[in-house]
Design a protein around this ligand. Structure first.
Ligand SMILES: *Cc1c(COP(=O)(O)O)cnc(C)c1O
Length: 404
C-alpha cells in the first residue's frame, strides 16, 4: 500500500480568501442594491503596457515561422533576458551580479516555494509575522516546521519575528539562531520596509551566524524613499549569505503572464558546496524554462518605452495608495505602509478584531479588505487595503469610509 507525504496532512486549511468570498457573497445576496468595492486581493488591474504587448506579438509571430521558431528554452533563461536583468536591476545599481547568476522562472511564488528544497530538513526557518503564507507552507510540506498549535496559530519549529507598530514593523534578531531567514521587503502584507542600513545589519547577522537569507523583492518597483535598498546585493557581504527572488507580477502586471527570476551568487556556499550549482541542477532537472514569448515580454520591461510606461503604471497605483492613506488618516485611523508598497496596513479602531473590522467595513461602507490575522498571529488587530483597484473606485471607497 502506498504512503502519502504526511506533512501535507499537517497543513491547516487556508480559509482566508474563501471566507472573505463567502461573506461578500452573503452580503450581496442580502443587499442586491449595494455596490461593493473590492480593495482586498493583491492582484493588479491595469492592462499590460503597450511596449510589452508589441514585444509579445512579435514573439508570437516568430513562433509561426520555421526560421524564427523557438522550441525548448534554455533551462536557466535566455541570455537576452538574463543580460537585461543583470544590466538594469543590478549593474545600474552598483551590484556586481552577472547574467549567469540569474535563473529565470515562471514567477516568485514557485521560486519561494521551491528554494527550500536545496536545504536540509533539519534547518530552522525564521519568518516575519505577519507573513506571505508560501514561505511557511512550503516548509510544512517539506517537514521542516514541527507541529502546529491551532490555539496560537504557530509551528513548534518555526522562529517567528513579530512586526508590529511597537517595533516599527522592523524584524528584530531572534533569540534562537535560525538557519534560513525569509525577508520580504517592501513587505506584503504590511506595506512597510526597512532602510538599507537596517538591511545591512541583517546581512552582517546572517554572515555571522551562518544563516542564509531568502530575500523576496516582489515589490521593489514601488520603493520611493532613497534610503531603501532596491536589492539586497547593495549591502556589503550579501553575496555570501543571500538569495534574491524577483517577480514581474507587481511591477509589470505579469500576474497572469507569469515570469520571475532568482539570483544565487556563485560566492554563496555551504562549506565547499556551491548553492549556485545546486539550484542550477534543480532548475535543469525539474523546469524546462519560461516560454520564449514571455521572456521577450520580460525583455521589453527593460526597454526605454517599457520603463516609461511602467513608471506611469506604478505612479497610478501609488496615487491610489496615497488616496487611501490620507483618507484614512483624515478619518482618524492609524495607518502604515503605502509609501514604498501598494499596501496600506491600518490598526483596527477601538480594539476591534481584524474580522470584526472586516464585517464593519463591509456593512457600513460596502468595502472589502483583508483581515490582518489571516497573515499570522501578529496581524491580529490590523487590516490590509490594496492600491491595485481603479482610481475611481479607490476615491469612492474612501468617500464612503469617511462618511461612516
Ligand atoms: C505577489 C507576490 C509575489 C509574486 O509572485 P508571482 O508568482 O511572481 O506572481 C511574490 N512574493 C510576494 C510576497 C508577493 O506578494
Amino acid at each position: 500500500m502506498f504512503q502519502i507525504n504526511d506533512n501535507y496532512q499537517k497543513l491547516p486549511g487556508s480559509y482566508l480568501f474563501s471566507t472573505i468570498a463567502k461573506k461578500v457573497a452573503a452580503f450581496s445576496e442580502a443587499n442586491p442594491d449595494k455596490q461593493i468595492i473590492r480593495l482586498g486581493i493583491g492582484d493588479v488591474t491595469q492592462p499590460i503596457a503597450p511596449a510589452i504587448i508589441e514585444a509579445m506579438h512579435r514573439a508570437v509571430d516568430e513562433m509561426g515561422n520555421a526560421e524564427t521558431f523557438h522550441g525548448y528554452a534554455p533551462d536557466l533563461g535566455y541570455e537576452f533576458l538574463r543580460k537585461a536583468i543583470a544590466d538594469n536591476d543590478y549593474k545600474a545599481r552598483g551590484c556586481d551580479i552577472s547574467p549567469d547568476e540569474i535563473f529565470v522562472s515562471d514567477g516568485a511564488k514557485s521560486d519561494s516555494g521551491n528554494i527550500q528544497e536545496i536545504f536540509s530538513v533539519d534547518n530552522r526557518i525564521a519568518v516575519c509575522d505577519p507573513v506571505y503564507p508560501v514561505y511557511v507552507d512550503s516548509n510544512v510540506m517539506a517537514g521542516r516546521t514541527g507541529t502546529y498549535d491551532a490555539q496560537t496559530g504557530m509551528w513548534s519549529n518555526v522562529i517567528y519575528m513579530p512586526c508590529t507598530r511597537e517595533n516599527g514593523f522592523v524584524p528584530e534578531f531572534p533569540k534562537e539562531t535560525p538557519d534560513m531567514i525569509y525577508l520580504c521587503l517592501p513587505n506584503n502584507p504590511t506595506g512597510t520596509t526597512i532602510t538599507k542600513a537596517q538591511l545591512q545589519e541583517w546581512v552582517d547577522y546572517a554572515n555571522k551566524v551562518g544563516a542564509v537569507i531568502i530575500y523576496d523583492g516582489a515589490y521593489e518597483a514601488y520603493i520611493s524613499e532613497t534610503d531603501v535598498a532596491h536589492s539586497i546585493y547593495e549591502c556589503e557581504g550579501a553575496k555570501t549569505c543571500a538569495i534574491e527572488l524577483k517577480s514581474f507580477s507587481k511591477n509589470a502586471g505579469f500576474t497572469g503572464v507569469r515570469l520571475g527570476y532568482t539570483v544565487v551568487p556563485k560566492e554563496l556556499k555551504c562549506g565547499e558546496v556551491s548553492l549556485h550549482g545546486m539550484w542550477a541542477r534543480r532548475h535543469g532537472t525539474k523546469f524546462n524554462g519560461a516560454p520564449y514569448i514571455i521572456q521577450r515580454a520580460g525583455e521589453a520591461v527593460y526597454s526605454d518605452a517599457g520603463k516609461a510606461q511602467l513608471m506611469e503604471q506604478i505612479a497610478y497605483y501609488m496615487r491610489n495608495a496615497a488616496t487611501i492613506k490620507s483618507g484614512l488618516q483624515e478619518s482618524g485611523f492609524e495607518v502604515y505602509g503605502g509609501v514604498n508598497a501598494p499596501y496600506i496596513w491600518l490598526k483596527t479602531p477601538e480594539a476591534m478584531t481584524s474580522w470584526e473590522f472586516f464585517d464593519y467595513l463591509l456593512e457600513k461602507a460596502n468595502v472589502v479588505g483583508t483581515p490582518g490575522s489571516g497573515f499570522g498571529p501578529s496581524g491580529e488587530g490590523y487590516f490590509r487595503l490594496t492600491a491595485f483597484g481603479s482610481y475611481e473606485n479607490t476615491v469612492a471607497a474612501l468617500e464612503r469610509i469617511k462618511s461612516i
